[in-house]
Write a protein that binds this ligand. Structure first.
Ligand code: BEZ
Ligand code: FE2
Length: 406
């Protein structure tokens, strides 16, 4: 048992002072130090510096590690141009990122306080790095392929990757499934994958309504995707409508990434199914997809959480940077309220959406915690200051183990 004594604790809904936390793998009790010492006399006590803040470790629900080699290869500003540049540079990017490149990306997340991440794995090349990561990992095996003639081979490959991920037995590692998107996965493949997901109760995610190209293609088989599909895949029309796609996810909680171009009907469907939207503001800006309407999501009572996406559409994997960009991007929202929602979105709400027992400094939760060195006593506007000032992260605990700091 250990006891940690910060000056302040952000739970994340409440700010506590003069309280300590007793924990092993899990948080056992939150109480004044004297009380905890009496209850746990053998515990090792860590007294933190003045103005230290303990808060839940951050959760990055959406990252593509296999693309971590990108710095300047990909074209930004327009979704379809970016997609062409991904296809053109795919071999070089994937080949250029070995396990050490992915481990570097994973370690950079640890440095910025990320204690859990959801890895969207296209090829399974990131499996070993994720198995070896210090963080909790939801390993989402991605299914992609719109051509019927390729379906059997693609599904066999998908099953092999899923099985390989299921063979990783370590605390905090979960296998999941990612359906790439409504435009890129054949409905037969989706059906087959979701049978497994539902039977095995796997965690499930997909990209959804990221670009105008996707909207136009699914609605009218027109727009920027027309040439792309005709030239590269010999397809003249979309394989399904957006509502047919969403139907696959009915009754099964799913994390949908982007949803910028989702319409009212789709938002109603997301809401009635308890789905979560993953918001990646930097990626959305760099790929020219515009800003997600957070107000509208809230009107529909849809949970949204903030994530980084991969280094194919970002310059770092840092949720503090991501939250800062979101704070400036959504300038129509009340500043303090948005800052609080963002902090919640990368802690408690992300944990709830992913179905993991983390994201809060609360009794019974996993001891996934970070220590920030504030410069002064926190004010009512702490959430804003946390996002703006990027305070030093002096300690990171994952499942009660100190993984960064001394
Ligand atoms: C496909 O594999 O069919 C596909 C991949 C990316 C975009 C669109 C389709
Ligand atoms: Fe993504």
């Amino acid at each position: 048992m250990q006891i940690i004594t910060p000056d302040y604790i952000l739970t994340p809904d409440t700010l506590l002072s003069n309280m300590s936390v007793a924990f092993d793998k899990k948080i056992k009790k939150i109480a004044p130090l004297k009380e905890l010492k009496k209850e746990f006399p053998d515990a090792v006590v860590t007294k933190l510096k003045k103005n230290s803040l303990l808060m839940p470790g951050l959760i990055n629900a959406h990252v593509h590690l296999e693309f971590s080699a990108n710095r300047t290869k990909l074209s930004y500003g327009d979704f379809i141009s970016w997609l062409y540049s991904v296809i053109e540079n795919r071999e070089e990017l994937i080949g250029g990122c070995d396990s050490s490149c992915m481990t570097k990306a994973i370690d950079s997340m640890l440095e910025s306080g990320i204690t859990t991440f959801g890895a969207i794995s296209s090829h399974g090349m990131d499996l070993q790095a994720c198995a070896d990561a210090k963080q909790n990992v939801i390993f989402f095996n991605e299914l992609i392929g719109s051509q019927a003639k390729m379906a059997d081979a693609l599904f066999t490959d998908f099953l092999a990757r899923l099985d390989a991920s299921k063979s990783i037995k370590r605390e905090g590692f979960y296998s999941g499934v990612a359906i790439h998107s409504p435009y890129s996965v054949h409905p037969i493949l989706i059906k087959k994958a979701l049978q497994i997901v539902k039977k095995e109760k796997l965690k499930l995610t997909t990209h959804f309504m990221e670009s105008s190209a996707e909207r136009d293609w699914l609605d009218k088989s027109e727009g920027d995707f027309k040439d792309f599909f005709q030239n590269l895949l010999k397809q003249n029309s979309s394989l399904s409508s957006s509502s047919e796609f969403l139907e696959h996810f009915s009754g099964y909680m799913t994390l949908l990434t982007h949803a910028i171009k989702a319409n009212e009907e789709e938002l109603k469907m997301l809401s009635s199914n308890g789905h979560t939207v993953i918001h990646c503001p930097i990626s959305n800006r760099l790929l020219g997809n515009g800003a997600l309407d957070l107000k509208k999501l809230q009107e529909h009572n849809i949970r949204w959480i903030c994530a980084t996406d991969g280094l194919s559409s970002n310059y770092k994997l840092d949720l503090f940077e991501e939250m800062k960009c979101a704070l400036f991007m959504h300038s129509n929202m009340p500043l303090l309220e948005l800052a609080k929602q963002l902090i919640r979105s990368v802690t408690k709400d992300a944990a709830d959406a992913l179905g993991i027992n983390s994201g809060e400094i609360a009794e019974g939760k996993s001891a996934d915690m970070i220590v920030l060195d504030l410069q002064s006593k926190p004010s009512d506007e702490l959430a804003i200051h946390l996002i703006l000032h990027r305070y030093n992260i002096s300690k990171v605990y994952i499942n009660g183990i100190l993984e960064k700091g001394i």
